[in-house]
Design a binder for this molecule. Structure first.
Ligand SMILES: CC(C)(COP(=O)(O)OP(=O)(O)OC[C@H]1O[C@@H](n2cnc3c(N)ncnc32)[C@H](O)[C@@H]1OP(=O)(O)O)[C@@H](O)C(=O)NCCC(=O)NCCS
Length: 339
């Protein structure tokens, strides 16, 4: 079952009359209005400009706009995943001048009603937040899992030269021609589609590695199910693991994409699962080497990792890599409530 983007608007439930809001299904033509109300969102790291067109094509997703006097003032996307049992809420935003008036709450409730009527089999709603959650939020949501967020920035060309001075484990090479200190150890393994399916779906080897059993990829939490793998395998992701036979650390690096913070700014997202610091460092370096080989310009690199690893990785980033820390410790929280 799916919501078509061409869903006749008469089928959308009515908005509460006192808010003076109308709801419509977003189309290509709405892009400029959405961008106009999204300025400075997420500190310039908004992913919607690069994802919007794809979002409109995805059969399991609907993007809903709230309008006031015809003008777009809020957006929310709902995407059905986990074999149809979960709706993922993404992209939630309210125009700056309309914030603090309860618009987000009305839009969230409207979209829940819509999903309930169109997808009766959906049981829960999930979303990923990075703001400070308070007692009121925990009355509404259960915490499913959380990861620390390490956000650093660098120029790709500079980091590339720095990486050339480091071994695969992140130690300084004594001389540029010296072999990496870890050359005798096994390097992280890049997984192809078959290996990904084997590891994540056909075995329970990843069970203790994944945060509460979820593959959280670039803010999207997926249960390891075949239907979710179909979604994940369509994306440009580097999948690494330390040892496919006995995995301790697995990572997913989303292909860098442009963000509106400035010209030639890219966003590099790395989801890191596992608790072994040395292996995490090695896999992080492996992702960085791959992408800085071709990337030119400024990079905002965001790594999501087990919270206790944040501090040592932050020190490593500053001291060994010479990159700049953008933000102190924050958390990426996956929360859930019954629909
Ligand atoms: C976060 C944001 C959408 C809140 O919009 P708002 O209309 O000002 O929200 P309000 O403060 O009036 O809160 C109203 C409701 O929204 C909910 N809400 C607020 N922030 C939320 C968030 N980040 N995720 C989910 N719900 C949120 C509140 O819990 C409240 O719910 P209730 O009506 O059930 O009590 C808005 O400040 C915004 O667009 N910020 C920039 C983008 C952003 O940070 N988006 C969040 C992505 S997770």
């Amino acid at each position: 079952m799916k919501i078509e983007n061409s869903l006749p608007l008469t089928q959308l439930p009515e908005a509460p009359p006192h808010m003076g809001l109308q709801f419509t299904v977003a189309t290509e033509e709405d892009f400029d209005d959405i961008m106009a109300m999204s300025q400075h969102i997420y500190g310039g790291l908004d992913y919607i400009p690069t994802r919007y067109t794809d979002w409109l094509q995805e059969h399991n997703r609907t993007v809903i706009l709230a309008r006031k006097h015809g003008k777009v003032i809020a957006l929310e996307s709902v995407c059905v995943i986990d074999d149809g049992e979960t709706v993922l809420v993404e992209g939630l935003r309210v125009a700056p001048q309309e914030r603090g008036k309860g618009v987000a709450g009305v839009l969230l409730r409207f979209c829940s009603q819509l999903v309930k009527s169109k997808y009766p089999e959906v049981k829960v709603t999930r979303l990923t937040r990075d703001d400070q959650l308070g007692p009121k939020d925990f009355q509404k949501y259960r915490l499913i899992t959380k990861q620390g967020i390490l956000l650093v920035r660098f120029r790709a060309e500079q980091l590339k030269s720095r990486l050339a001075e480091l071994s695969a484990d992140g130690d300084m090479l004594t001389s540029p021609s010296a072999p990496p200190s870890s050359s005798l150890q096994v390097a992280p393994v890049r997984l192809d589609d078959t290996a990904i399916q084997r590891l994540y779906l056909a075995s329970d080897l990843m069970h203790d590695v994944l945060p509460n059993g979820n593959i959280v990829q670039d803010w999207q939490p997926f249960k390891p199910l075949s239907s979710n793998m179909d979604i994940l395998l369509k994306k440009d992701i580097d999948w690494l693991v330390d040892d496919p036979a006995r995995p301790s650390v697995a990572s997913l690096c989303t292909w860098p994409f442009r963000v509106p913070i400035g010209d030639h700014w890219y966003y590099l997202n790395i989801d890191m699962f596992g608790k072994d610091l040395a292996l995490v460092r090695r896999q992080f370096l492996c992702h960085l080497r791959r992408h800085t080989a071709t990337l030119k310009g400024h990079v905002m690199c965001q790594m999501f990792l087990d919270p206790p690893l944040w501090k040592p990785m932050e020190e490593f980033c500053r001291r060994a890599l010479g990159v700049e820390l953008v933000k102190e410790y924050t958390e990426q929280c996956v929360v859930e409530s019954d629909l």
